[in-house]
Ligand binder design. Structure first.
Ligand code: BGC
Length: 813
């Protein structure tokens, strides 16, 4: 080991204490050993360094930082250079603010549009997610700060995220939910990974040897450290043995005591502890050295300009009838919508950034070459109807040539800690739209929403931009796009389905019991729509430009594809060319097509370029559950290139040799018929069991509550007091819902398992006390109360003893 000399000097108590956090954001320092403390901070689209009281829900203020467009937005740029640039900018701010590890990017694959955190994740496609994440990572790490790929893995829902078991077959796990992380590790060289809250096939992600050791370290060669999500540790000793390095935030010394006891009882080996200590030590020493280069300064104006560039590159033009856009100079416009005054530009939760400044369209539009006939808010942000506001907006619309309508999802619709229950926007915004539609046909829509929404009203618009959550400089970017100063080049990184009921996991998401069954398997996003023939509103990879592009002359060799791309319009623009691969009649079922490469190409009017997209190790592979490896099926593949998953003008066949004769699923085609056709809307138990390779685990809630059951399950607790507590909590939860702004504390407590009492209270509550509480909930009031009270004193005594011991060690050597 590189730091064996230091490890040799450490006592078991010091090693154990080193492997859990000292405060909400810091690791423990051991000055006598020359080990300083490092600072970890959120988040993916801007820094959230809390200088005062720390919390992982975005409740307390953080230092001002640039709020960039969120990952869901940036993924629409399909621009890896931009991702790297953003990473560098984030890295610079982290360095300036003394942050050693930036807790992002988040790259969970979007299973359902309902996930409340989709705005923080890149795409429904793992290849696109992985490439963008790797770009961020390279940028961040170039600045001497470590990035953190999160949440590893299969963290697809917010509801009961800490008490949820993702039941997923190995092939889907590898191809859909892990491929993005694989790319972030292998191509981004990410140095830290955050283990997810949930279980994966019955084992907590943080204790999952298969994930943390066999795949992450042994197969992908990850050489950094694994940090738990905040409160995601269940059994710290099992975590350490499985490959998890650092428990966060600050569980007090309880977790360290667990670790020592586990070593002493032989439950885990001291070598495992040493390996983890080495991983963390290496990071701490490297990062502290890197931090010496910090100037403590970043240029907020320059970073604001980077945020604006990113918002320009990421906006997706969904329609543009009669070329209403770009707006001609001097057009008489009305600006309508609350979002034009107070933009919806970021999500809520641990990623919440305190921006250096925020611009609004209302503020900036005066400087554009347009005649602004008026501005009004049009609707209330809390969803309530207001007839007077509608009338004011309709009157204003009647005076304008073109109406710019800014609308979308409110703050309470999407947040960490909650999942949406539908894909609609607030009804009061639709009502206003219908009124506007009566007075003008020249409507231009500007959507702000962190994810896909239902758009049954899209026919009202002549032009429609989906801007996602585009950061503090988004307003200026939209105006530049509307007026033609910039040419749109974003393409959808997720499908916009016609209706929620069409989405693949509609019946299965979110898991409401102890388990969440991933019955749809590989058929996520366009993989489902295209295989099962389900029509969509706007396909994956789609986006318009003010110019046009023509594809021709495809050549396919074993190295990759090359083709000619020409800008046939009269404006400079950029096109995202996409490569998809299919295997018609495959013996091993697979989606109708899969994205295997992309490139963003900038072209002047009339210019043409020969473009190359190389093949890589992922182009033809599938995960073979019989050989336990990625393999290639022999066959005539279809190689397709074009501007969206639904528009692929170039096609060529390409023969490929197989890598094995051992094929999975032989003899079970009948049971797996739904997976061969992609008709996975209602997968029968037999088919899912065949896919899983084992019986479906019983996920029903019932019986005694355990340490890993969530507070919201107390409604069926034995104890009347616990049921009362549940009702109180539920009331608070409902009230929070009515307020219009998500109350993250209530959301968090509601979904938190009982063990969280010990893991998230800075050592004030021990696991023994949490167990006592569970006993009380289960109707054993006195035994439980005894454990809580006795546990309190035992915890205090043991903590003091441990602290004394550490202090003595610190002095004596
Ligand atoms: C989130 C993480 C975040 C951490 C620290 C957790 O609740 O899931 O993404 O990094 O808090 O704020």
């Amino acid at each position: 080991m590189k730091h064996q000399d230091i490890i040799d000097k450490m006592t078991l108590e010091e090693k154990a204490a080193f492997l859990s956090g000292d405060s909400e954001w810091t690791t423990r320092a051991f000055p006598r050993l020359g080990i300083p403390s490092i600072f970890l901070s959120d988040g993916p689209h801007g820094l959230r360094k809390q200088a005062g009281t720390g919390d992982h829900l975005g409740l307390n203020a953080s230092l001002p930082a640039t709020c960039f467009p969120t990952a869901a937005t940036i993924a629409n740029s399909w621009d890896q250079d931009l991702g790297e640039k953003l990473g560098e900018t984030l890295g610079e701010e982290a360095m300036a603010q003394g942050v050693h590890v930036l807790l992002g990017p988040g790259l969970n694959n979007k299973r359902s549009p309902l996930c409340g955190r989709n705005f923080e994740y890149f795409s429904e496609d793992p290849y696109l997610s992985g490439k963008m994440a790797a770009a961020y990572v390279r940028g961040i790490q170039k600045k001497g700060v470590y990035a953190c790929a999160k949440h590893f893995a299969v963290n697809s829902q917010e509801i009961r995220r800490m008490a949820m078991d993702a039941v997923v077959d190995e092939r889907t796990l590898r191809e859909i939910y892990l491929t993005g992380f694989e790319i972030a590790v292998k191509e981004g060289g990410v140095k830290t990974v955050m283990s997810a809250y949930n279980e994966v096939n019955g084992t907590y992600a943080n204790e999952n040897k298969h994930l943390l050791q066999e795949i992450l370290r042994d197969e992908w060669g990850f050489d950094g450290f694994v940090v738990t999500d905040w409160g995601a540790s269940n059994d710290h000793a099992l975590g350490v043995a499985a490959g998890s390095t650092l428990e966060m935030p600050a569980p007090g010394l309880g977790s360290a005591r667990e670790l020592i006891a586990a070593v002493k009882s032989g439950k885990i080996k001291e070598e495992d502890v040493d390996t983890r200590v080495e991983e963390l030590l290496d990071a701490v020493l490297t990062l502290t050295e890197n931090a010496k280069a910090s100037t403590g300064y970043f240029d907020a104006e320059i970073h604001h300009a980077v945020a604006k560039r990113a918002a320009v590159e990421s906006a997706v033009l969904l329609k543009n009838e009669g070329a209403i856009l770009p707006l001609k100079p001097g057009t008489r416009v009305a600006l309508i919508g609350d979002f034009a005054f107070e933009p919806r530009y970021q999500g809520a939760g641990s990623s919440l950034v305190n921006p250096t400044k925020v611009e609004s369209m209302s503020e900036l539009i005066g400087a554009c070459d347009l005649q602004v006939v008026g501005r009004c808010r049009g609707y209330l942000r809390n969803g309530k109807e207001d007839a007077a506001m509608i009338k004011e907006a309709a009157d204003l619309a009647a005076k304008a040539e073109v109406v710019l309508y800014c609308f979308g999802l409110n703050e309470d619709s999407e947040s960490e800690g909650l999942d949406r229950t539908h894909m609609r926007i607030p009804q009061n915004q639709i009502d206003l739209l219908q009124e506007l539609g009566q007075v003008t046909s020249n409507l231009v829509g500007i959507i702000s929403a962190g994810s896909a929404i239902e758009m049954p009203w899209h026919h009202f618009f002549k032009a429609l931009f989906h801007c996602y959550l585009n950061g503090q400089a988004g307003a200026g970017a939209i105006l530049d796009l509307l007026t033609g100063k910039e040419n749109p080049s974003g393409k959808l990184s997720e499908t916009i389905p016609r209706r929620h009921e069409d989405t693949p996991a509609w019946r299965y998401y979110p898991g409401r019991e102890r388990t969440s069954e991933y019955r749809e398997g590989l058929y996520v996003g366009y993989r489902y729509y295209d295989t099962a023939g389900v029509p969509v509103l706007y396909p994956f990879g789609f986006g318009l430009s003010y110019t046009r592009f023509a594809y021709s002359d495809l050549t396919v060799t074993k190295e990759g594809v090359s083709f000619t791309l020409k800008n046939t319009g009269d404006r400079e623009g950029a096109e995202v060319a996409q490569l998809y691969v299919s295997l018609p009649g495959a013996k091993v079922f697979r989606p109708e097509k899969e994205l295997k490469g992309f490139i963003k190409v900038h072209l002047r009017p009339g210019e043409e370029k020969r473009v190359e997209i190389p093949f890589d190790d992922k182009t033809f592979r599938y995960f073979n559950v019989k050989t336990g490896r990625f393999e290639i099926e022999e066959g005539e593949y279809l190689i397709r290139v074009g501007g969206s998953s639904a528009d692929l003008p170039l096609t060529q066949k390409f023969g490929k040799e197989g890598t094995t004769d051992i094929l999975p699923y032989e003899g079970c085609q009948k049971e797996l018929a739904v997976y061969y056709t992609g008709q996975i809307a209602a997968v029968p138990d037999e088919s899912f069991e065949k896919l899983l390779g084992h019986p479906i685990p019983d996920g029903k809630w019932s019986g005694r509550l355990g340490m890993n059951d969530a507070f919201c399950q107390m409604y069926y607790a034995k104890s009347a007091l616990a049921r009362l507590l549940y009702r109180k909590l539920k009331k608070m939860w409902d009230k929070a819902g009515e307020k219009g702004i998500p109350d993250l504390t209530i959301l968090f407590i509601f979904n938190m398992p009982f063990r969280g009492l010990a893991k998230l209270t800075g050592g004030a509550v021990s696991m023994e006390m949490a167990e006592g509480f569970v006993k009380m909930v289960n109707g054993h009031f006195f035994t439980g109360a005894g454990k809580v009270i006795g546990g309190f004193f035992r915890n205090r005594r043991k903590n003091r003893q441990y602290e004394k011991l550490l202090a003595r060690e610190a002095k004596t050597r």
